[in-house]
Design a protein. Structure first.
Length: 266
C-alpha cells in the first residue's frame, strides 16, 4: 500500500496531468483537440529524434546482450568471481560528468586518438562532430552497462543445477549443444529481465550526449531527450506533453509485447 500510494502520487497523478496538457495550448491551456499531436507528427526535429533513438536502441541492445552473455559464460568457469563482480559494477558508479571527461580526452579534436593518428601521419577524425559521434555514444552505453549486465547473466547461469549439466555430458552433449539446449532455455527469465532493463537504460544516455555535445549535437546523436530539453527551455509544454504521451504508450506496448513473448515461451 505505501508503494502504491507513492507511485500514484509521484508518477500516475503527474502523468495524468501530462495527458491533460497534451490536449491544451501551452499558455492559455485552452482545449485544442489533437492539434498538438498533429503538430509533432509534422515536426522534422521529432522525426530525427525518434529515428536516432530507435536506431540507437536497435544497435545497442544486441551488442550489449550478446557481448555480456559470452563474457558471463567465460567468467562463470572461474572459481574466484567476487572481486570481478565488484569490478564489473564500477562503471555504474562513475558520474556522468567524469565519463564525459574521459570521452573528451579520447575522442575530441585534440583527444588521444587523434594525436595517435597525427603521429602516424593519418588524418584526424572529428568524432563528436561527425557520424562517428553515434558510435562514440554506443561505446559509452555498452561500456557503462556491460559489467552490470554480466552480473545479471552470472546470477542466472549460477542458478542452473549442476545435475542438469552433468546429465547433458553423460548423454554426450557437446559444449555447444549444452549451451544451446540446456543453458539458453534456463536463462530465458534472465534474458527477459536484461532485455527490459537494457531497453529502458538506452533512454538514459542523454546526460552523456548533452554534456559532450550540448543541446544541439551532431544530427546522428540528436535524441528524444534533446528534443524534450529544448522544448522545455522554450516553454513548449504542449508539444512536450503530447510527445511524452506517445513515447509512454510506445514503451508500454514494447514491454507488453516482451511480456507476452516471455509468457508464451514459459
Amino acid at each position: 500500500m505505501p508503494s502504491l500510494m507513492g507511485i500514484t502520487l509521484f508518477v500516475l497523478v503527474p502523468f495524468m496531468d501530462v495527458v491533460i496538457r497534451s490536449f491544451q495550448t501551452s499558455i492559455t491551456k485552452e482545449f485544442n483537440g489533437l492539434k498538438n499531436y498533429i503538430s509533432i507528427f509534422h515536426n522534422q526535429a521529432f522525426h530525427l529524434a525518434v529515428k536516432n533513438t530507435v536506431q540507437f536502441t536497435v544497435v545497442c541492445l544486441p551488442i550489449l546482450i550478446f557481448l555480456s552473455l559470452f563474457a558471463a559464460m567465460a567468467i562463470s568457469q572461474l572459481r574466484e568471481m567476487k572481486l570481478l563482480k565488484s569490478a564489473f559494477l564500477l562503471p555504474m558508479a562513475v558520474p556522468a560528468a567524469t565519463l564525459v571527461l574521459i570521452w573528451k580526452m579520447l575522442f575530441f579534436q585534440q583527444g588521444i586518438f587523434n594525436k595517435v593518428l597525427l603521429t602516424l601521419g593519418l588524418k584526424p577524425i572529428a568524432f563528436i562532430d561527425s557520424g562517428a559521434a553515434f558510435w562514440v555514444l554506443v561505446l559509452s552505453y555498452v561500456w557503462k552497462n556491460l559489467g552490470y549486465t554480466i552480473v545479471l547473466w552470472l546470477a542466472g547461469i549460477l542458478q542452473i543445477s549442476n545435475s542438469i549439466l552433468e546429465a547433458g555430458k553423460v548423454d554426450g552433449a557437446s559444449p555447444m549443444e549444452t549451451f544451446l539446449y540446456i543453458i539458453i532455455p534456463n536463462l530465458k527469465p534472465t534474458l527477459y529481465i536484461i532485455t527490459i532493463l537494457s531497453f529502458l537504460n538506452s533512454f538514459k544516455v542523454f546526460r552523456e550526449a548533452y554534456l559532450a555535445a550540448g543541446s544541439y549535437p551532431h544530427e546522428s546523436i540528436y535524441l528524444l531527450q534533446h528534443l524534450f530539453n529544448n522544448w522545455f527551455t522554450n516553454l513548449e509544454v504542449d508539444k512536450m506533453s503530447a510527445s511524452a504521451v506517445l513515447i509512454a504508450a510506445l514503451l508500454f506496448c514494447v514491454i507488453l509485447f516482451l511480456q507476452l513473448l516471455y509468457e508464451k515461451d514459459k
